[in-house]
Design a protein around this ligand. Structure first.
Ligand SMILES: [Zn+2]
Length: 251
């Protein structure tokens, strides 16, 4: 702009050096800040901390899988996942509240988080679960689900975490251990990393998906419908969470 002004040549001569210096300064500032951002990015992906900055250290979000038009997995005798999820999740809520936590539930009834007239209810339902986590900033989330498999002999609880999340992995291992011990699982599984599940990918808080058992295994499906077994599952999940928070120095 300056060189097109009348007397531009004089202007350029007189101020050229200053303009050049200012440009150099701007350029170096740009590169420095870019580098700083890259360093910060590397650090956060190493520790996994940046993604998980919670403001509410006593708030836990319990996500209840499926609901409403979405029954989830169908097990033996037409047993629907959504109902078992809710029964167990409500027990998880109760145990955590007794321990002094504030618990946010994604649903407390047989309903999804979608609008009835939504064109894609499933997508809207999932997006709203993620939006709720973003809004509430809980210290952590557990998403309660039930598994299924074509081979009805397969059974046992399985906890999933986002593969790149150190904290997610720690929490998953603790919950998995509690479930394996308290439910006396004969062939215990290990917590499993995953990079494709929508909730694991998108959650801004540490999140574990807890598959409590297989609705396709007749014995486990039977157990998962009893108050007693559901209570055991809930206590195992809550205990794993508490141990995790103690290890993070959040009590
Ligand atoms: Zn499910």
């Amino acid at each position: 702009m300056a060189v097109n002004m009348p007397g531009g040549v004089f202007y350029l001569k007189k101020y050229g050096m200053e303009i050049l210096m200012a440009c150099l300064l701007l350029v170096s500032f740009f590169f420095l800040s870019r580098e700083a951002a890259q360093v910060a990015g590397t650090m956060s992906s190493n520790t996994g901390n940046k993604k998980y900055q919670s403001e509410n250290l006593r708030t836990i979000l319990v996500d209840v899988g499926h609901g409403g038009a979405d029954p989830g997995m169908i097990g033996v005798g037409g047993l629907e996942e959504k109902g078992i999820n809710l029964e167990i999740a409500l027990k998880v809520r109760d145990v955590l509240e007794k321990k002094g936590f504030t618990v946010i539930m994604t649903r407390e009834q047989d309903e999804g988080l979608y609008d009835q007239d939504s064109r894609n209810q499933k997508a809207q339902d999932m997006q709203r679960r993620i939006a709720l986590i973003k809004e509430c900033k809980p210290v952590l989330c557990v998403s309660i689900h039930q598994n299924s498999y074509q081979d009805s002999a397969v059974y046992g609880p399985q906890v999933f975490y986002y593969e790149d999340s150190l904290q997610g992995k720690k929490m998953a291992e603790l919950i998995q251990t509690e479930l394996n011990t308290r439910l006396e699982v004969k062939r215990p599984r290990e917590a499993k990393g995953n990079k494709t599940y929508y909730l694991l990918k998108r959650s801004e808080s540490v999140l574990n998906i807890v598959e409590c058992g297989f609705l396709t295994n007749p014995q486990e499906a039977e157990l998962l419908q009893t108050e007693e077994y559901q209570q055991k599952v809930a206590e195992a999940v809550a205990e794993g969470i508490c141990t995790y928070l103690e290890q993070q120095d959040i009590k």
